[in-house]
Write a protein that binds this ligand. Structure first.
Ligand code: SF4
Length: 274
């Protein structure tokens, strides 16, 4: 696994945004699938409980809060300025959609962050990004993928004491906003090993949905960071947050109870009509 800075790609992305703002490039209309169906690669590289709730609850899913929407727009809204989302493809019943493709650079994944920038290591900062990118490599049959990171507050966080304590003092001049890109290259073994893990997670998630049993605490702890719970649309009802003793009895969860009641009443209705 290797990361090579790709300054040209960062420039290409910024030039695309420049073209859009200058009226030379059209920003394509985007339609998001409100009723997300099937299993997506992102379901298997982020919180499995979130994916589980979405599948179990269907239309009963709690609405996104204003904060959730702002986080969503911050990521998805900005991405479209830097690259054009690609046609999704389905591999092993898993939906995968690349954030962009430039013929001279290849495929890319775009992320936004307010993290420290000067010591940012694209290979270790976010294991879930790498899992997702390795998954795309399988889906799109690639051995490399580009990672573009929009540092929303530049290297300002490098001046914060907790980052100085962890990373040392940066000697870089202050910048308030920045875009960086890397080309990430992988071995065939790394790509295969990651996809095997993704397939195991898919089977586990499918079993959770089928049995109406939330994913295990161990699984969640392995892939979810503390801050993600705080901005999650399920935080008010998630049994993981409200049952830290690891009690995953579905009846403890309001939303699942509601869903179970729906299943029961549908069954009754079916029996009555059938
Ligand atoms: S609150 Fe946390 S564990 Fe629960 S669904 Fe959201 S991110 Fe996952």
């Amino acid at each position: 696994m290797k990361a090579t800075p790709n300054l040209e790609l960062a420039t290409t992305c910024i030039n695309r945004a420049r073209g859009i703002l200058g009226g030379k490039i059209d920003l394509p209309a985007v339609h998001y699938d409100g009723d997300r169906t099937g299993i997506h690669l992102s379901d298997l590289t982020s919180c499995p409980a979130s994916a589980y709730y979405q599948k179990i609850l269907g239309k009963d899913v709690p609405p996104n809060s204003d904060t959730n929407i702002l986080h969503f727009v911050k990521g998805r809204g900005l991405e479209r300025f830097f690259a054009e989302e690609q046609e999704g493809i389905i591999v092993d019943d898993i939906s995968c959609t690349a954030d962009g493709f430039y013929p001279e650079h290849g495929y890319l994944e775009i992320k936004t962050t307010a993290e420290q920038m000067d010591f940012f290591d694209p290979l270790t900062a976010h294991p879930e990004w790498i899992e997702r990118i390795l998954g795309y490599c399988t889906a799109y049959n690639q051995t490399y993928w580009n990672l573009v990171v929009f540092f929303l507050v530049g290297n300002m966080p490098n001046r914060l004491w907790w980052n100085i304590k962890e990373f040392g003092k940066s000697t870089e001049p202050y910048v308030g906003i920045a875009l960086k890109a890397w080309r990430l290259s992988f071995s065939e073994a790394e790509i295969t090993e990651n996809w095997d893990m993704i397939l195991v997670r898919k089977l586990k998630l499918e079993a959770c949905i089928k049995n109406n049993t939330p994913p295990s605490k161990e699984w969640i702890d392995n892939v979810v960071q503390e801050w993600q719970h705080k901005i999650c649309r399920f935080k008010n009802t998630c049994i993981y947050l409200h049952k830290n003793d690891g009690n995953y009895e579905p009846l403890n969860c309001h939303w699942i109870t509601q869903s179970e009641n729906t299943i029961k009443s549908n069954k009754k209705r079916g029996e009555k009509n059938g």
